[in-house]
Design a binder for this molecule. Structure first.
Ligand SMILES: C[S@@+](CC[C@H](N)C(=O)[O-])C[C@H]1O[C@@H](n2cnc3c(N)ncnc32)[C@H](O)[C@@H]1O
Length: 386
């Protein structure tokens, strides 16, 4: 291999170890520069204000100087030092130790050894978090959806979406550990929209967990369905399909996991009902805007003196709507959890309700009745559907 190719190979290994979370540390030694004081450089991964950086410690005879650089910049700097300012580069990863050494004629050689470190170093400023969905330039859907650029880096405009996708996959991953979904699980995502989360889920289940899922996205808007179907085919996601249909009309043959994220107003109830009726093992919903309960709510108790304020009434209505949803799911045999998710650009609502099939809660319906009575509610839409 040519001199340049060997250096590129070393830098590629460095970049890959940083991307996959296997990087431990790097040192540059055998100085060849004019500054006789600078003996070697030690690089480690740190996280500063949420951004991953390489922190260089420049070791001089009498002092150490620290400089932090964003990853891409740091790799370019290391590339410029290697073979000119320093003749040795030692890269330690949890997979292998890689060494590049230049001779006096500046001709390099690379060799590897089994890893001398079993775990990557925790970052000093903040422990580096391994993401379940990686930004990778070969990821077709992240690129086509404008979340990453051609170089595989998350674009500034895609940061929020990328965090949301990862949070979502983390939640699903935890959910899967508490249930026993079959490897060929049939999953339906109702109100799939542009499909960010649907694609991420398919990719994760198939390519990370080795499952063979079939995922169907149900979405009213034909243009989004066309976009998603074309993208699924481009990404080679054979069992990911989108159908332009109203959730209400959809007649599923089999649902193992039901998902509805930010589906508008009572579309969340339609989705939950479809999941329950199909005996889905797992239900995951993030409700969106709520209108149905607020219109009916009138409260005779002291609470009325608080609920006369529109914003408080709206929040109370949301609380009751989602609280009753989780109780109705419990009555149908789902063990539920309600917690914070991440809102989207479509909605400020940030609640998630998950349910895993277990034993019915015999008291749940009586509790629903008591709450309805207290707030003068005639019926919850989900109740009507079940
Ligand atoms: C706010 S978007 C959320 C998209 C996606 N789930 C997400 O979280 O990024 C809600 C989507 O649900 C779709 N939708 C609303 N009601 C629906 C219904 N009854 N049947 C099918 N799709 C519906 C809307 O067209 C919209 O694209």
């Amino acid at each position: 291999m040519e001199t340049k190719e060997l250096r590129s190979k070393f830098l590629d290994k460095l970049q890959n170890s940083l991307k996959t979370g296997t990087f431990v540390k790097l040192t540059l030694s055998k100085p060849e520069h004019k500054n006789k004081e600078l003996k070697n450089i030690y690089a480690r991964l740190v996280e500063i204000k949420g951004e991953s950086m390489l922190s260089f410690t420049l070791r001089h005879t009498t002092k150490d100087v620290t400089k932090n650089h964003p990853i891409a910049e740091a790799i370019a700097i290391i590339g410029s030092w290697l073979g000119s300012d320093f003749l040795n580069g030692d890269l330690y990863t949890t997979e292998e130790d890689i060494f590049i050494q230049y001779n006096k004629k500046r001709q390099p050689r690379i060799f590897t050894k089994p890893p001398s470190h079993q775990a990557s170093q925790p970052t000093a400023h903040n422990k580096q978090k391994k993401r379940l969905v990686e930004a990778d330039k070969n990821n077709v859907y992240l690129r086509e959806m404008g979340i990453i650029g051609a170089d595989g880096q998350v674009l500034p405009t895609g940061q929020k979406k990328f965090r949301q996708i990862n949070k979502y996959i983390e939640i699903i991953d935890a959910q899967l550990q508490q249930s026993s979904l079959p490897a060929d699980a049939h999953i339906v995502d109702m109100g799939s929209g542009k499909g960010y989360l649907t694609f991420a889920l398919y990719d994760y289940l198939k390519n990370n967990l080795g499952m063979t899922p079939t995922i169907v996205g149900i979405e009213l808007r034909q243009n989004l369905v066309d976009f998603c179907n074309a993208l699924a085919s481009k990404a080679g996601f054979e069992k990911l399909h989108f159908i332009a249909q109203d959730i209400q009309e959809y007649q599923p043959k089999r649902i193992d996991m039901l998902i509805a994220l930010h589906a508008c107003d009572t579309a969340t109830d339609l989705a939950i009902a479809k999941g329950i009726q199909a005996h889905a093992q797992v239900i995951v919903v993030a409700p969106c805007c709520h209108k149905q309960i607020r219109k009916q709510m009138h409260c005779e108790s002291d609470l009325q003196s608080i609920l006369k304020h529109g914003i408080l009434e709206e929040r109370q209505a949301e609380l009751i709507t989602d609280g009753i949803r989780s109780l109705l799911m419990e009555a149908q045999g789902y063990k539920t959890k309600v917690f914070e998710f991440i809102s989207t650009e479509h909605t400020s609502k940030n609640l998630m309700i998950t349910g895993t099939k277990g034993k019915p809660n015999a008291e749940a319906l009586a509790k629903v009745e008591a709450i309805k009575k207290q707030f003068g509610i005639e019926s919850h839409y989900l109740e009507q559907l079940l």
